[in-house]
Design a protein around this ligand. Sequence first.
Ligand code: HPA
Length: 279
Amino acid sequence: MMQTYISLEQIDEAAHAVQTRTSHKPRVGLILGSGLNGLADSVQKADFIPYGDLPHFPVSTVEGHAGRFVIGDLEGRSVLVMQGRIHYYEGYSMGQVTLPVRVMQRLGVETLIVTNAAGGVHPAFIPGDVMLITDNLNLMGMSGLNPLMGPNLDEIGPRFPDMSQAYDRALCDLARKVAKEAAINLREGVYAGLSGPSFESPADLRFLRLAGADAVGMSTVPEVIVGRHGGMRALGFSGISNKANLDGSTVTTHQEVIEAGKVITPKIEKIIRGVLREM
Ligand code: HPA
């Protein structure tokens, strides 16, 4: 597809539009995945800004993705929640998909917490599990779809950002501790980011497993790259909504993803609340 590179002026116009609609000064950004939107309803003193009200913003078109910023307080922290994210498969450019993360950065967000629904590739994972993302496979980027392509925004970050610690080790440790205290069996592993929207074939999934993937989904990696480029610390969780179908014996549906979210949401919510309290 045609690339649209986002300029600093466009980012700042969108960030300014947010500032005119809220007096909160969020320091934590939270991106909620498919079927995992519930946590946004717990935000206190919330201001709601639909993406459609913001200049240059793409609008989420997928069922299960509300498409708005919810800005307020959660566990004593000032948070900006993306209730619904933008996916590359909706037809937007990588720059548009990650514009909300840029806006977060310009508003002063320092920590990015991402959640997603994912297929479990690790053979032990079952639907309803929560996986701490310890690293990712940037399969979109490997095929040329890196969100940092195009002119580098030098004011924001370096041309060649390091990704050796994409997911912050201290935050991962904190998530492990919180999960343990809440008696949640927190899985861990590598998230493989594909463009979608078709789910993987059995051969795709065997390839991903051989390549070291534990979970697979259609988001997160571009957002984390852009967050890291801008110097944010990142923490990520995959809600395992279905078992990867390595032998072709079952069918994966979006409905299944939304249904599993109901089991996963309370667990992810507990962990994120604990992390916010203690970070
Ligand atoms: N594959 C890709 N993305 C997904 C899946 C899956 O099996 N489940 C939820 N999101």
